[in-house]
Design a protein around this ligand. Sequence first.
Ligand code: ADP
Ligand code: MG
Length: 596
Amino acid sequence: MSIKVLPPEISNQIAAGEVVERPASVVKECVENALDAKATAIEIHLYDGGKQLIKIVDNGVGISQTDLPKAILRHATSKIATSEDLFHLQQYGFRGEALAAVASVSDFTLLSKTPSAEDAFSLQGQAGVFEEVSVSSANDGTTVIVENLFTPVPARLEYLKTDEAEYRACLKEIYGFALANPNVSFTVFKADKKRLDYPSTTLEDRVRQVLKKTSEGLCPVNFEMPNLKISGFTSEPGKGLSNKNQQYLLVNGRRIEDHRLAYAVREAYVQSAGIEKHLFPAFVLHLTIDPILVDVNVHPRKLEVKFAEPSEIFSAFKTAVIKALENVSYQSSKNDFPRNEGSRSLATENARSLLPSRNPMMPGDTFKSQNLTSKIALPSFADRNQALNSFNVSVTENHVFEAQDESIRLIGQADNKYIVAQTASGIYFFDQHALHERQRFETFWQDYKNSPITQQPLLVPETVSLPEDQVSLLHQYQTVLTKLGFSLDFKADDTVEIRGVSDLLVGQDLAVVLGQCVSFLENEKIGENVTDQIMRKLLEYKACRGAVMFGDKLEVAEMEKLIQDFDSTDWKLLCPHGRPNHHFVPFAELDGYFHR
Ligand code: ADP
Ligand code: MG
């Protein structure tokens, strides 16, 4: 067969395979173009999830009559002139192929008016074959209409999901742009119904518009290094979600997907406040970085980027989030036991969070000031009622707690599970196990961080049987395990003999300890510093195993010690695994309950 150069409509259709995957890709490319054209208002119409029709109307600078036919040519762009420009991009677009690609697989209309022209002009085509430019009428700006997407390449239709799923995917793109451009208004119509209306606003408010209820449990992130800045919002400790749908990573205004960075954010919780296994933080995090340090031209749909220093960015995200969480769990909670009634205490914060509706945010207000309040969600009145009924409180002799700060007083233990104590402003219910577990963990962690690991040889080596693939995994990570103090002897393909362990792990069930190492190595190890990550898991286990149990009867002195230590615990809100360890009920709330 002789070699032929393909006509442009066919080569464009082939190229479109990379750029246009589904209706959401069209939305993405067209909204990018509208933003690049400095639009301040963008309207998106979707019929049948965008399969039947996508119409995007902007009020940007428009396309002139002479440029109109060029806009739909492949590799035709007004945004870059040299390859050097790729490293100083100020705009979303640069490949000059989106419109050509979209037009080649749809019935396509481009209608535009520049402010200086008297008329609007339009260009229409089917499957990439265009008619002449014709005079039309329209407001300043551009309208792109994409009908019958993929009809010219029916095989592609097979890959589309339901209308609703495609509509959701379009929304996800729009949310990303909306978060990156709060000053632009976005309106979405599903068929003829207006489904979303975001007027131009501040970032805080836009986060509220997009994340809705989730935005009530966010804390601000602000972190700067010499060549980068990370800002935005992330879930408060204890406010994770059961899915990753509310995670937005923006790099210089571009939403990207990067599972390593999303992992870094979650890792920040694991390594600080704690997060339950099945939960994921919600976040909107914007990385501003010198464009020279990030290559956006590594993915046809520009969904991924490549960083010059990926591990530096990973740690920056982790540090940024840990610092943000510190502000909620750590520094602010130093005031948990108010020394002086006049100071703004947790109690007043909590009382404020019970107001039925949130006041609109005032200029200069941050999420922090409004949301520090909702540290741990308070149960509904019905729940509380039930909880109070079932209490079986063993009251101590009105014992006054004699810590250096005299403002917390032990009331007693309830049901051998909860320690109840009061301050001037309310009542604490501590989960005795979770509280003790957090305190023990912090002590062990400090020991690990502050002194080198010393290996303790076992008098009687312990033999552990494991499946062969697990033994080989341990073998592969032997250097890491040796750093952690393990002395392992690989006797057979399915047996490991433990000859020594770190002094921190003496007395633990070593078969379980080794099992935990395996499960970590099998499932995670994506983050940095694998040694720290494994030791953390092992010490969490140790903290849990030796802590007072939920159900143990405690002596007054034991409870006092736990409460006293609570005040000096760093990450005091949650247990190391991310469950709440206390619940505070302000008197103001009790008063309200009793109609006082
Ligand atoms: P790119 O965005 O990479 O330049 P596109 O194929 O998306 O490539 O667009 C081609 C050109 O068409 C753009 O460079 C721009 O000049 C013009 N264009 C496309 N959409 C719009 C719009 N909504 N407003 C103004 N100009 C547009
Ligand atoms: Mg473009």
